[in-house]
Design a protein around this ligand. Structure first.
Ligand code: GLV
Ligand code: MN
Ligand code: MN
Length: 429
């Protein structure tokens, strides 16, 4: 693939990276104004590449390319009726971001396939299967603590319990979706029959340092680590910071702080376990008030399910002990649990062949980060391509993948689609 496509991808990543809810830094959260603008921008690029574009009620952006070009006035989904026998390959990632994010996490996996499909179109190559490029509306769990709203909705796995999740302003997921669409929301059925889907491919920056250490631009993912997230609430008694002697306090924040340091040293001694407290909320906090309540988040990950479960149990037991000793009440509310997710061996082997063809060698990695692939794997076989990122840095504005590495990843996906097309035609549809 020519340098022009590589430069085009970099330009798109830069432009999308400027679409933000917060001036001066990149933040896009579920169904926010910036997410709407991102969908318009990316939807425009999808149309230019010949895809029919639609957005579902949960803000997922979906661009579909039928196997053969159909003659129609406008390339929109509502004027095309997909052939029921058509198989569809899904390729995508998420368009939401963390707060103060980098430009690559999620965006790369949506934009890269658009560039590849545009290139196939320029070459006059048609594929014997349909391709849907997916820009999921929510993966990062920033606005609502349960992640993967987009891929859950797309695969028909959004549950009544998810709709009750509330954001920081107390608006529930249902309310946010209904305010956006202006209609009563019923969780959708899966976007496809399972049997009509060939699989799901996600291209993502590695978000870790392994590829860089091995001096490789890309690698394939063998599995995604097991993950549990939740909220710990410590409750004591608020009081006057000037008049309450230290020995008579029941300080909820001090209890939470003791737990945070425990979690750090606990995980630190049990590699590859990782445990993170990423948010602290002192609801009525003020400089002159002893904190009566503190809620912290906890995120625990391990490549092995049982080890992850065991660690969460030990961490929560210790939190209870800390609370008891400090005369605090304590509650633990899990908000997300995902088992370790193996990628599909046959689909990954095909992706691996393309990596070897383009890069000369390949490398299999376990992903410590969560991905929409976790939810998609319950619906269809998945494979993931990781792209080296500078210093393994991610969830940070300095997140960076080099144009050369992006160029290589473009060639890998192009090669993968062409090989899949040959296999698919060979089997006879
Ligand atoms: C998603 O980026 C996650 O792994 O937290
Ligand atoms: Mn992320
Ligand atoms: Mn991501």
């Amino acid at each position: 693939m020519a340098k022009a496509e590589q430069e085009e991808l970099v330009r798109m990543l830069d432009e999308l990276g400027r679409v933000t809810d917060e001036p001066g830094r990149l933040t896009r959260t579920f169904l926010s104004p910036a997410m709407e603008r991102a969908n318009q921008l990316v939807g425009g690029w999808m149309r230019e590449a010949g895809l029919a574009v639609r957005e579902d009620e949960t803000g997922n952006l979906i661009g579909r390319l039928e196997p053969t070009e159909r003659k129609s006035q406008t390339p929109d989904a509502n004027v095309q009726t997909p052939d029921p026998k058509t198989k569809t390959l899904l390729i995508g990632s998420h368009l939401d971001t963390v707060r103060n994010a980098g430009r690559f996490d999620g965006a790369l996996g949506v934009l890269l396939p658009i560039v590849v499909l545009a290139e196939l179109r320029r070459r006059g190559v048609t594929l014997p299967f349909a391709v849907e490029v997916l820009g999921f509306s929510e993966e990062e769990a920033v606005r609502f603590t349960g992640a993967y709203i987009g891929s859950k909705a797309y695969t028909g796995r959004l549950r009544a319990a998810d709709l009750k999740l509330a954001d920081a302003r107390g608006q529930t997921l249902r309310e946010v979706i209904e305010a956006h669409s202006g209609r009563r929301f019923t969780p959708p059925k899966p976007a496809h029959r399972r049997s009509s889907v060939l699989g799901y491919i996600e291209v993502h920056i590695e978000q870790g340092p392994v590829l860089e250490n091995r001096r490789l631009a890309v690698g394939v993912v063998s599995a995604i680590a097991s993950q549990t997230r939740g909220r710990l609430a410590f409750r004591g008694r608020a009081g006057h910071a000037g008049t309450t002697p230290m020995n008579l306090r029941r300080d909820a924040l001090a209890g939470a702080a003791e737990f945070i340091l425990f979690a750090e040293s606990f995980a630190g001694a049990r590699s590859p376990l990782v445990a993170t407290v990423g948010t602290i909320n002192v609801p009525s906090g003020a400089a002159n008030v002893i904190p009566g309540e503190t809620v912290v988040s906890l995120d625990v990950r391990h490549p092995d399910d049982a080890a992850c479960r065991r660690a969460v149990g030990q961490l929560i037991a210790q939190a209870r002990r800390i609370a008891r000793r400090r005369r605090l009440s304590f509650t633990w509310q899990p908000t997300m649990r995902h088992r370790a997710t193996p990628c599909s061996p046959p689909l990954t082997a095909q992706l691996d062949r393309s990596v070897r063809a383009v890069q000369g060698e390949s490398l299999a990695l376990v992903s410590g980060a969560g991905h929409d692939g976790v939810v998609m794997a319950e619906f269809t076989p998945i494979a993931m391509l990781f792209v080296r990122c500078r210093a393994g840095l991610s969830h940070h504005p300095d997140e960076h993948a080099s144009p050369q590495d992006l160029g290589l990843a473009l060639r890998v996906l192009l090669d993968f689609l062409q090989r899949l097309a040959v296999n698919h035609s060979g089997k006879g549809r």
